[in-house]
Design a protein around this ligand. Structure first.
Ligand code: GRF
Length: 228
């Protein structure tokens, strides 16, 4: 018997609003055995999210909770929480989910809720991150996986990948290079969670009982072998 049969795969839900390329990275990580998870649901606020079709093609259950059907953010969040509980989600992955969450949602999944943000947090929370890095004349850009707290893009970072900015870069060329790193670091951070090695406390994010730096661990190829 292999070790992985001792414990059932962790039920994971992924929230998307758009194309879902990070979601696909999760589906692939599960398929090749890099992530011992069971993606029980892909949930979107946007009925037209392209990622929904990609999830269905992979045989994953999908659902839409349309924010336009609710009078308040809290009511929308409560409906999503109910749907995620129904799906038995024990880890919730925000993957290009474009609605701001209230404490109704965040408290329901505190410590079990991850996001990926395309900047080197704490730089550039919010939108248009790559353009802002270019406008500021930065020499590098990047992406951060972090725990979600009430502070927008402000929860403790877990893992961060850096990408040099090249002469002539536009927001699009930069985004195209950053997304490659996104697809590596997000399933890796989730793997640590699934392995029971990653935790959120009042003091920050912890991996194997050690507090992570304020910008998260710096990703480099091979980190998964060393840390995993
Ligand atoms: C990514 O750039 C992610 O960092 C940000 O939203 C984008 C989602 O892309 N939060 P995709 O839908 O996963 O392709």
């Amino acid at each position: 018997m292999s070790q992985t049969t001792a414990r059932p795969a962790l039920p994971v839900a992924i929230l998307i609003s758009g194309r879902g390329s990070n979601m696909v990275a999760f589906i692939e990580a599960v398929a090749v055995g890099q992530l011992d998870a069971n993606i029980t649901l892909v949930l979107s606020n946007n009925p037209d999210a392209a990622g929904l079709a990609r999830a269905r093609e992979a045989g994953i259950a999908t659902a839409v909770v349309n924010h336009r059907d609710y009078d308040s953010r809290e009511a929308f969040d409560a409906a999503m929480v109910a749907r995620l509980r129904e799906a038995g989600a024990e880890l919730v992955i925000l993957a290009g989910f474009m609605r701001i969450l209230t404490s109704v949602f965040i408290t329901a999944f505190r410590g079990r809720l991850l996001n990926i943000h395309p900047s080197l947090l704490p730089k550039y929370p919010g939108l248009n991150t790559h353009q802002r890095a270019l406008d500021a004349g930065d020499s590098e850009a990047g992406v951060t996986v972090h725990f979600v707290t009430e502070e927008l893009d402000g929860g403790p970072p877990i893992l961060q990948a850096r990408v040099p900015i090249q002469r002539g870069d536009t927001a699009d060329t930069l985004a195209a290079r950053v997304i490659v790193e996104e697809h590596k670091i997000y399933p890796l951070a989730a793997r640590w969670f699934v392995q029971g090695r990653l935790a959120l406390s009042e003091q920050g994010a912890f991996l194997d009982g050690e507090r992570l730096p304020d910008t998260g661990l710096a990703y480099r190829p091979g980190l998964d072998e060393v840390a995993g």
